[in-house]
Design a protein. Structure first.
Length: 213
């Protein structure tokens, strides 16, 4: 709990598969998924979400044809009471004030950065969220927006939310992570602390010149 794991590796290594499986979108072929004392190995996506795992997939994961406000309302559908849902929407607006100004705008017409902000607001607005899984959160974003997004992730981590971060920018991921692992062809070829990962040349693992398990 209250830890951040960075999952690194080249395209096709299996990073997004881990994210989708942990979110209940891909069936488990082997192994076990648990959150605390809850076995979620066979749980469906909506059951996984109810237990506090929120995923922000690569490509945003928003309802593009709905308004910003409608998206936040949809995200709060499982939050509980009407008051809980209202609090989640307000929390999302507080995380990214620009969304309050855009609340009537169709989500698909937002900029890429604003769409990513909305996806994060949908995941983090629910007070039940215990584990956040973000897949390539910085993809296609301007550097200034990337800074804002990662600052939000740091704030969420400080509030006690655990995270799994899949990120193309290694330094960004390791800056916020406690631990890291490197995947290649579906196998873990390196694991350790984020500090140790920052000291090592992980490009060797990406390129496949070092297969230490």
């Amino acid at each position: 709990e209250n830890k951040v794991l960075a999952i690194l590796g080249p395209n096709g290594a299996g990073k997004s598969t881990i994210a989708r499986t942990a979110s209940g979108l891909v069936p488990v072929m082997s192994g076990r998924i648990s959150l605390g004392d809850k076995d979620l190995t066979k749980a469906r996506a909506y059951q996984v979400r109810r237990h506090g795992i929120a995923g922000v997939p690569e490509g945003r994961g928003i309802f593009r044809s709905l308004s910003v406000l409608d998206n936040l309302q949809m995200a709060g559908y499982l939050a509980g009471t009407k008051q809980d849902r209202a609090a989640g929407i307000e929390s999302g607006f507080n995380l990214f004030p620009v969304l309050r100004k855009r609340q009537s705008q169709i989500a698909g017409t937002l900029s890429g950065g604003e769409q990513q902000m909305l996806a994060l607001a949908m995941a983090l607005g629910d007070k039940k969220t215990r584990l956040l899984i973000v897949d390539e959160v910085s993809a296609g974003l301007a550097p200034m927006i990337v800074d804002e997004v990662f600052q939000t992730l740091k704030t969420a981590r400080e509030s006690g939310i655990s995270m799994i971060i899949i990120e193309q920018f290694i330094d960004r991921a390791l800056d916020i992570a406690d631990n890291a692992l490197v995947l290649r062809s579906g196998r873990i070829v390196w694991r350790g602390t984020a500090a140790a990962a920052a000291r090592e040349n992980l490009l060797d693992h990406y390129a496949g010149t070092d297969a230490a398990v």
